[in-house]
Design a protein around this ligand. Structure first.
Ligand code: ADP
Ligand code: MG
Length: 214
């Protein structure tokens, strides 16, 4: 489903390469725990999957498509097929929880008669339906990250990318997020989660396969 073939990536002329010859393939339905010390390239791999940055050499194939063949104008459409969550949430503070999800559906053309039901169903699935009228500023970090997960999966992506999703959370909230990632995974989504803390993540995520960049 995702393959990295002979990936090379260096950011600046005087910098050490982040990747010299990176090869990995991820099958449909896998849960990959991408681990490695800070600076090992976890975010860079995720950003390459999102076409936010390009490799200097090699090939990335997602769902049979070589990412280098995607034209700039097609990138937004390509990204819609991939859910993503980040350490720093990136919610719209001026919208409620419901509003954040509605905006996402509007932006991705997924809006329709069933919008309200879709949003409510996702919030229920993640156990946060009682928060739907709140603003991000009225939520804890763990609650914000659950809203981000709702936003990431509302379009039923086949792939969910998570870049240090628990990096700003306390241990209790982190455990909730890992459990929800497992739930989403069990529903058939391929999950790739970057974390610098394999010991904690690995303790909760039993279904994961570790890919270490160290
Ligand atoms: P990780 O997520 O594993 O902590 P990153 O992928 O963020 O690592 O970074 C890998 C290396 O690439 C680091 O040395 C980082 O400084 C460098 N790097 C990442 N993004 C950029 C960028 N946009 N410009 C310059 N250097 C970068
Ligand atoms: Mg990172």
């Amino acid at each position: 489903m995702i393959s990295f073939e002979k990936i090379k990536k260096t950011f600046g002329e005087d910098e050490k390469p982040v990747f010299e010859d990176f090869n990995e393939s991820i099958e449909e339905g896998e849960f990959v725990l991408l681990t490695g010390r800070s600076g090992s390239g976890k975010s860079t791999l995720i950003n390459m999957l999102l076409k936010e940055t390009e490799p200097d050499g090699g090939r990335i194939v997602v769902n049979g498509r070589d990412l280098s063949s995607i034209k700039p104008a097609e990138i937004p459409f390509y990204r819609r097929g991939i859910g993503v969550i980040f350490q720093d949430f990136r919610l719209f503070d001026e919208y409620t929880v419901f509003g954040n999800l509605e905006v996402t559906l509007n932006l991705t053309g997924g809006k329709g008669k069933d919008t309200e039901k879709r949003i409510t169903d996702i919030l229920k699935l993640l156990g946060i339906d009682r928060l739907y009228k709140r603003y991000p500023g009225e939520l804890s970090g763990g609650e914000k990250q659950k809203v981000c997960m709702a936003r990431a999966i509302i379009n039923d992506p086949k792939i969910l990318l998570a870049d240090e999703p628990t990096g700003n959370l306390d241990p209790g909230s982190s455990k909730d997020i890992f459990k929800l990632l497992e739930l989403i995974h069990r529903q058939g989504t391929t999950v790739v989660m970057a974390t610098h803390d394999f010991d904690t993540a690995g303790a909760f995520i039993k279904e994961g396969r570790r890919v270490s960049l160290d």
